[in-house]
Design a protein around this ligand. Structure first.
Ligand SMILES: Cc1cc2nc3c(=O)[nH]c(=O)nc-3n(C[C@H](O)[C@H](O)[C@H](O)COP(=O)(O)OP(=O)(O)OC[C@H]3O[C@@H](n4cnc5c(N)ncnc54)[C@H](O)[C@@H]3O)c2cc1C
Length: 430
């Protein structure tokens, strides 16, 4: 017998989690199934909303002003600026104090670990004191054991980029960590638990770290560390270090793997649990069956549970399986395809036209994904909805290049919220 729900969301990334929360907000019985961990754990935790136009203009201060000029088929053009606003409001309500940037139309500029500045709409509160628009002097602190963040080099890059503050960088040894290959969570746990470390006479990790950094502060009003300052007690760790250093403390978002990404994932999954969404991970959807009456609807999908096919039936479905990175869109030598429902993925017939030689050029494959209507229903090659009860959200939606536009999380949030709300509302209308 099939498992029955009102709305079934396929995919457990930012788009799927948002869709499931938005559908549950409409009161329906919602389930989320996901094959593996999403890209959230690798992403920066920033919610970027159109930092740059598709042609590379920017950074954009007001992303909403640029939405009406986006090409037809771009996800933001499909849902419209009001829906992007509503999605951000929805996110703000879920994230609460954990995120900053609410209540403004403008993108903020945050420092990156590479020493550039990046436009973003919502950013972890831990990052807030590190905004590049802030004119207070800053010290960046890197750790010998985390070579990805070269603090002196980042500081030099920021200064040559003309930031409105003086910035210095210093590299120190993280007290109590001898291993160069320690996981990020090891740094976070040492600080969360304030574990005794051998340095500085066996004091706690926070005191020892502050004692190591304090001689370098030299009047800086804010001190930035790589984003490893605690996990469960991150606010407490930052406040404690700030007290000891006599300066505000912030985190600089890092590349993958990323603790802010993990924290965002935890925040969303707690919200899913609170909203009563049934979540099953480690179970790929491998197939589907259409409605027997030929009504252009999906009747059920087939979930692979440890080698056993388990049918799941729902009134409405949201496909949020990610793009080429998340494996929601795949390619072989012949074609680019969507593996569950075989939805239409427009792409040039000749595979040599899928990419350009210039690695930094405008890569066609970056925009591969499903074309959708304004309700986010995937469209077939003739422009008709593939199924009446299927919507798509997130990186699987085509027509934009998340890396170039600095807009991946924003698209997932906006399309997830529209798709989930639409699916939930349609259940209520039946
Ligand atoms: C390294 C990195 C850094 C990034 N940094 C930023 C940033 O700074 N700012 C920003 O805005 N965006 C950033 N992004 C982009 C942003 O994170 C993504 O665009 C966005 O999170 C995509 O979310 P998604 O839910 O659509 O897809 P994904 O996160 O890819 O999730 C897809 C989910 O679907 C599941 N799935 C796939 N196939 C199946 C199946 N058959 N059955 C069931 N489940 C399935 C996967 O297991 C996964 O859980 C970054 C992305 C990466 C990879």
């Amino acid at each position: 017998m099939a498992i029955e729900d009102d709305v079934l969301v396929i995919g457990g990334g930012l788009a799927g989690a948002t869709a499931a929360l938005a559908a549950a907000d409409q009161g329906g019985r919602v389930r989320l199934v996901s094959a593996k961990q999403s890209t959230l754990r690798h992403a920066s935790g920033l919610i970027d909303v159109l930092g740059y136009t598709p042609s590379g203009e920017g950074p954009l201060s007001d992303p909403f002003a640029a939405i009406p000029d986006l090409p037809r088929g771009h996800p933001y053009e499909r849902v419209g600026p009001d829906a992007v606003h509503e999605a951000l409001d929805f996110f703000d309500a879920i994230a609460g104090d954990a995120y900053a940037g609410a209540g403004t139309e403008s993108n903020a500029l945050v420092m990156t670990f590479g020493g550039t500045v990046k436009p973003t709409a919502r950013y972890p509160t831990a990052t807030a004191a590190g905004l590049a628009s802030d004119d207070r002097d800053a010290l960046l602190v890197g750790f010998e054991t985390l070579p990805d963040f070269d603090a002196p080099l980042s500081a030099a890059h920021l200064e040559s980029a003309g930031v409105p503050f003086a910035v210095r960088g210093v590299t120190v040894r993280f007290p109590g960590l001898a291993r160069d290959d320690a996981k990020l969570t090891r740094y976070a746990h040492l600080l969360d638990r304030d574990e005794r470390v051998s340095a500085a006479g066996g004091s706690g990790a926070r005191e020892a770290l502050a004692a190591t950094v304090e001689p370098h502060v030299a009047g800086a009003s804010r001190v930035g560390f790589p984003a490893v300052l605690g996990d469960e007690r991150a606010d407490e760790v930052r406040a404690d270090l700030a007290d000891r250093l006599g300066a505000e403390v912030f985190e600089v978002p890092m590349g993958p793997p990323s603790l802010p990404g993990v924290r965002l994932e935890e925040l969303l999954y707690d919200a899913l649990s609170d909203a009563g969404v049934r979540v099953t991970t480690g179970v790929p959807v491998v197939d589907y069956e259409p409605d027997a009456e030929g009504a252009g609807r999906i009747d059920r999908v087939v979930v692979d549970r440890n080698g056993t096919d388990v049918p799941h039936r729902a009134d409405q479905y949201v496909l949020a399986t990610g793009g080429l990175v998340g494996k929601g869109v795949r390619s072989d030598r012949e074609r680019v395809f969507e593996p569950i429902f075989d939805c239409h993925v427009p792409h040039p017939a000749d595979r040599y036209d899928w990419f350009v030689d210039d690695a930094f050029g405008d890569q066609p494959y970056a925009k591969f994904g499903l074309p959708v209507d304004r309700d986010l229903r995937p469209l077939d090659a003739t422009g008709d909805p593939e199924f009446a009860n299927l919507r798509a959200a997130g990186a699987i939606v085509g027509g934009y290049d998340f890396a170039a536009e600095k807009s991946g999380a924003g698209v997932s949030l906006a399309t997830g919220s529209v798709a989930g709300r639409g699916a939930g509302a349609e259940v209520n209308d039946r």
